[in-house]
Write a protein that binds this ligand. Sequence first.
Ligand SMILES: *Cc1c(COP(=O)(O)O)cnc(C)c1O
Length: 381
Amino acid sequence: MRSDFLPFTKPLITDEDINAVVDVLKSGWITNGPKNAEFEESLAAYTGNKYAVSLSSATGGMHILLKALKIGPGDEVITPSLTWVSTVNMIVLSGATPVFADIDRDTMLVTPESIKSCITSRTKLIIPVHYTGVPVDLDGIKAVAGNIPVVEDAAHALGAFYKEHHVGHGGTAIYSFHAIKNITTAEGGMFVSDDAKLTAAIKQWKFHGLGVDAFDRQNKGRSPQAEVFEPGFKYNLTDIAAALGCSQLSRIDEINQRRTKLAMAYREQLADIEEILPLQLPQHYDFKHAWHLFVVRVDSPKMGRDRFMEKLKEQNIGTGLHFRAVHLQKYYRETMGFTPGSLPDTEWNSDRICSLPLFPAMTVKDVYDVINAIKKVLVNG
Ligand SMILES: *Cc1c(COP(=O)(O)O)cnc(C)c1O
């Protein structure tokens, strides 16, 4: 057994990152300023989008996206139930109704077919999730969406490519830089888009609803002349965080290569362990995986997922759970009346999934430790 605990994730902060943050602290300009501008420009260049707006979190971004699209009571928003609760919470807080598209049992991605079956005359927005860092079938989803906007939840997907382009290309996506994501600013997020009007609305909602007219824009905004166009929120990122983001972003390809190498080692080692099922990867389109998470399904007659996680912890191996289906959580059960059986493939996975350790400072030897611990736990029960 390992002598030290292997967490399921750990941010990789280099001396370069630390120096970048210290430089901002010494610069005399610590909140929204030049580092935010640099972070936005670099990220837009990386994803190939026209615009990027930095945010204090992806959750904040989802909140103001719904405001910017004027989504409220009577409207429906389609998203999977197997996602982080924040998206669904924001839909509910906007007054709209979340409509849950079931996922494919093997890839755990929402499909064009499942989304199509949820579309009604009230559907105002579709938010697919590139779960674990695998792109959903964007062409298929956009085809069934028609004129309904599609905004990608790309919290897991920095460095993920769908066919020849980065996800979000030509459209709109929201990234998260929470501490567990592929790059981090501790807390933070980014809205990226090719839609100028939507981007302008997001900028306004993000900072008190202050309007920036042509004159202000020439003065780079926020001039004394800026005034409230509509009461807004305060979801800006600090330059301290943005400096960390710039430094991390410069290493994204290296980080994801490392993640890929570890994921390949897992897949190879897990191939002959029958009770542990890694996710299947999409077969009918080309993609590049960002390997944000390594999720497996525990499908054993001997033990359930919760016990499997406890037993691995006793072996000094940490795990995570991404995610418990949202529709069966207390509030959603009680207010929307969801009962087990409403989303069969979501629920089948929600009961079985667990995320194995995956972070760039890990070694292949750590992967072998996880595999040995899994084998031991499955034999001993
Ligand atoms: C992390 C995450 C979010 C929210 O990101 P924050 O920056 O923490 O608000 C949204 N969706 C998914 C799928 C996530 O994993």
